[in-house]
Design a protein around this ligand. Structure first.
Ligand SMILES: Cc1cc2nc3c(=O)[nH]c(=O)nc-3n(C[C@H](O)[C@H](O)[C@H](O)COP(=O)(O)O)c2cc1C
Ligand code: SF4
Length: 366
């Protein structure tokens, strides 16, 4: 612990203590930190990921490793690092996973480097068995969801109001993000709409092949595509319900949306300003010469830049109903524990703590 403390307090840069990065495998983080002589705090979701990062890159810059963030891929808010072998519907206990991370770190001589536990931590008493525990080692806790509901939190009042109304299961992992990662968000109209879009989906081919033996005309010119007879029945029902616009996906499927929704999807794709290095929704890629990922733009996803801006800047002065509607129709990231706002007596009668009061409550649970 002492060696970590001395590292933490020997500030190498007057303003910046360190860098953190999670998305994908941040191999270059240590190299960038070394260039600027600051610490680095990689975010990982498994011992396996850290092992790979260490062996390929981080062992060269061990002295600048400030801590390792373990972000629970089932419980943390925002984007999550679930691997292909992990089941989004079966959350695993963080204890053995963090103990495995500690074991791996100790093998590399990182006994004194703290692990920062992020995801699903409500208050510390529930984590008492993690303290002074050699299987876990030095441990720090990170909070993303709880600080949302504080006086200092800059999110709009309508978002804070919604947090108090959540029930268990209202936050879930979805796969709609244009980044391609799983993410944890409130199951509001926005999410239900995306789910509906993906459910109104059929496979098609441009000529009759195998079971795709039934023609159907799509678009203004009713260009024929081929699908199964059973799928065509679904399509006719969706069209009758107003979902008349067929949009092609990169997976040789069509999704059916209303004309208004189709216009919004296309307008959002056209307005892309390239906030991601690769975007599934607009097919933008930061790599030239064509600046495209080579795939068809995917209408099952959405412009995350637009939605995050819209929810962060809801105009509370427009009236409660209007503001609540904007929150309901945008991406509302949150950890899977966010429902606890609704039944923790700390928040009873509309109480909103200051950050200081929140930290005191986290420490004592009371
Ligand atoms: C609204 C919201 C936005 C977040 N955005 C980011 C982000 O941009 N980058 C990031 O690394 N983590 C992000 N996170 C994850 C947090 O940094 C944190 O690791 C996580 O939320 C901890 O779990 P908890 O929400 O259960 O406390 C976000 C979390 C929330 C709730
Ligand atoms: S601006 Fe929107 S559409 Fe463009 S890359 Fe970002 S999320 Fe994708």
């Amino acid at each position: 612990m002492l060696s970590w403390l001395s590292r933490a307090f020997s500030k190498r840069h007057p303003l910046i203590d360190g860098l953190t990065c999670g998305a994908g495998m941040p191999y270059r983080l240590s190299e960038i930190a070394a260039r600027h002589n600051v610490h680095y705090y990689p975010i990982v979701s498994s011992a396996r990921a850290f092992n790979a990062l260490w062996k390929r890159a981080y062992h060269k810059t061990a002295e600048l490793l400030g801590a390792v963030v373990y972000e629970d891929p089932w419980r943390a808010g925002g984007h999550n690092g679930l691997s292909n072998t992990e089941n989004p519907l079966q959350p695993e206990d963080p204890y053995p996973r963090v103990a495995a991370l500690r074991k791996a770190m100790n093998q590399f001589g990182l006994d004194s480097v703290p692990i920062i536990m992020a995801g699903g931590v409500w208050w510390l008493e529930e984590w008492a068995h993690w303290f002074n525990n050699p299987e876990i080692g030095p441990i720090v806790f990170q909070f993303g969801t709880r600080p949302l509901l504080t006086q200092e939190s800059p999110i709009p009042d309508a978002w804070k109001r919604r947090l108090r109304q959540l029930h268990e299961g209202d936050v879930y992992l979805n796969r709609f993000s244009p980044t391609g990662f799983y993410s944890s968000a409130v199951n509001n109209s926005f999410m239900r709409n995306l789910r509906g879009r993906s459910e109104r989906q059929v496979a098609y081919s441009s000529e009759p092949v195998g079971e795709h033996d039934t023609p159907h005309g799509i678009g203004a010119r009713k260009r024929e595509v081929w699908m199964t007879a059973a799928d065509r029945e679904h399509v006719l029902a969706w069209e009758a319900a107003g979902y008349t616009e067929a949009m092609r996906t990169p997976d040789s499927t069509l999704v059916f949306v209303t004309p208004e929704e189709s216009r919004v999807i296309v307008a959002d794709q056209v307005a892309c300003m390239g906030c991601l290095s690769e975007c599934r929704f607009s097919n933008w890629s930061q790599r030239g010469p064509n600046y495209t990922n080579g795939a068809k733009a995917d209408p099952r996803s959405f412009c995350i830049q637009k939605s995050l801006q819209d929810i962060a800047h809801v105009d509370d002065s427009a009236g409660q109903t209007t503001a609540d509607e904007v929150v309901d129709h945008n991406l509302m990231f949150g950890g899977t524990n966010a429902w606890r706002f609704g039944n923790d007596p700390f928040y009873a009668s509309g109480f909103t703590p200051t950050v200081r009061q929140l930290v005191e409550q986290i420490m004592t649970g009371r």
